[in-house]
Design a binder for this molecule. Structure first.
Ligand code: CA
Length: 227
């Protein structure tokens, strides 16, 4: 069952769209402002996003750009305002996969969404919905981590960092790359911040944090996740 995140602030449209998509067999989650939508898209796995441009708190263009900046490759269908030709161009330039001008026919939206999902396999990370190592179970959809079956409290940043490590397991990743990928291009923290978060993750997940088995230090280069 494809899982869709609908980021839209008009209650009427949310209701109409969710009802129809659920009838068609989709699971629909909603966020009613751009920041909430961005946050969920970063923390959870969706098969596609339907993203309105005009949103409170963070507009759809910014959401789209920031998701791509974070290497979140979930297919995005943007809903643009009528007659705003530039909206389409801007949206596609920022990494949206398709756009639809409001008001639209439901059939048109369903067709576009299906087309996006058909193209989607290229976007799906090899990690899948869950990932296991040692006695740790990571659920990307729920953004949950369990250790020996017990829920582990991770901050959003720690979870994003862990996810990045898992998606790039076996690769040596420099602190600078982690800063760019996990903290974002406009972040100001130093590479020391990366070390501190890695230490916290180790403390929460490693059997012996002083002698890590999974989140390894590669001296002079950075870190490597190994399972
Ligand atoms: Ca709107």
């Amino acid at each position: 069952m494809p899982r869709i995140l609908l980021v839209e602030d008009e209650p009427g449209l949310i209701m109409t769209l969710s009802d129809r998509l659920e009838c068609e067999g989709y699971t629909v989650e909603t966020a009613t402002d751009g920041e909430a939508g961005f946050d969920r898209a970063v923390r959870e796995a969706f098969d596609a996003l339907i993203l309105d441009v005009m949103l409170p708190r963070k507009n759809g263009f910014d959401v789209c750009r920031d998701l791509r900046q974070r290497k979140i490759e979930t297919p995005i269908l943007m809903l643009t305002a009528r007659g705003q030709v530039t909206d389409k161009v801007v949206g596609l330039k920022l990494g949206a996969d398709d756009y639809l001008t409001k008001p639209f026919e439901m059939m048109e939206l369903l067709a576009r969404l299906e087309a996006l999902l058909r193209r989607a396999p290229a976007h799906v990370p090899p990690t899948g919905e869950t990932f296991h190592f040692s006695t740790i179970q990571v659920d990307f959809r729920k953004a949950e981590v369990r250790r020996d079956g017990e829920l582990v409290e991770l901050s959003a940043r720690e979870f994003t960092l862990l996810r990045y490590f898992i998606e790039h397991r076996g690769e040596t990743i420099s602190r600078d790359v982690l800063l760019d990928e996990v903290w974002g291009y406009n972040a100001t923290p130093s590479t020391r911040t990366v070390d501190v978060h890695v230490a916290w993750l180790r403390h929460k997940l490693e059997p012996n944090p002083r002698h890590p088995q999974f989140i390894l230090t590669v001296h002079g280069l950075g870190y490597k996740f190994s399972n």
